[in-house]
Design a protein around this ligand. Sequence first.
Ligand code: TRP
Ligand code: SF4
Length: 400
Amino acid sequence: MYADRVLSGMRPTGSLHLGHYHGVLKNWLKLQHEYECLFFVADWHALTTHYDNPQSLEEHTWQMVIDWLAAGVDPNRATLFIQSQVIEHAELHLLLSMMTPLGWLERVPTYKDQQEKLSDKDLSTYGFLGYPLLQSADILIYRANRVPVGEDQVPHIEFSREIARRFNHLYGKEPGYEEKAEAAVKKLGGKKAKLYTELRNRYQEQGDEEALESARAILGEAQNLSLGDKERLYGHLEGGGKMILTEPEALLTEASKMPGLDGQKMSKSYHNTIALREDPEAVSKKIRTMPTDPARVRRTDVGEPERCPVWQFHQVYSNDEVKAWVRKGCTSAGIGCIECKQPVIEAVLRELAPIQERARAYTEEPDLVRNIIADGCEKARDLARETMRDVREAMGLNYG
Ligand code: TRP
Ligand code: SF4
């Protein structure tokens, strides 16, 4: 079994492009070999900003899942599911909303930023304010401890940690908690119990982080503690109650180096993308007509790669030899821009070929995709239900 559980979600934007591939998917492909992974379509999150047009959600969802699979996300390694098909997320979101101070939500930086950025929409809604809390529910319901996200999402992970902590503090003190924790300490065995107690005191009295780490390691390795006892002691160690919800950590994804066709960040709203399933002819044409160094008007003008978006593509796709050829040829007007673009065209097409091949298999057999998602939703539901049982119990909501 894996010690760490990774969870990440993407809002359904329809077909994905090379920016998504280099920025997110390649990272997922790596993670699926290293961790237990859950990847899901955050369709409810899309509704927080697109509540006026839910019609396209379903189509966008299937297109995005096909692109995940085409990119190489392996349904035998990762669990793929759709947020709205695991309604337990909504229940946890609701219960967490009871103990979430409004100020915490209003202070999340993306709240004001996005409202300003999408100023053509009325985003003074309850759902939009709750965006980070819904995201917390997504994460906490799977007790995921690693969440791969970009820089912009780090405040949301921080927020989720605070929510988990507050929940554990408020509801983690079951009746007889202290006695149960004491009994669990005894189960560690004489020597270990003594060491644990010393380390716990050192942490609680002096804030010694190393002591905290060592004590955690003792609990991690303890063979004779039940899961319940372990959760109790992880909380006890830090002076709180039982750890019902796990504090997640952001697994920071490096920003994508993939530029758009115009040299800005690749993004649908800039109309500068190459879609993963774009026709090879169209891909070649897009690259052939992309802008170059504006100073190179004629073939005989010398250019400067640093001013050219094509050069950024070479950074992603070309080896040192090709890059040296570009630099020399451009600055001496030895090569033309079409010539310079040729290796990029070839490299992009080479990268897309296997992706498009896999995509074809999935588009030809939509049932395959549906079954993968149905399986994934089922697995996700089982995990979510387990957490919800503990959450309900902790809050006194488990009616016979
Ligand atoms: N907010 C994320 C984004 O915009 C998507 C998302 C929703 C997410 N729930 C999540 C990411 C849970 C990680 C974990 O990219
Ligand atoms: Fe850009 Fe290449 Fe043309 Fe130089 S030769 S301006 S790097 S496309």
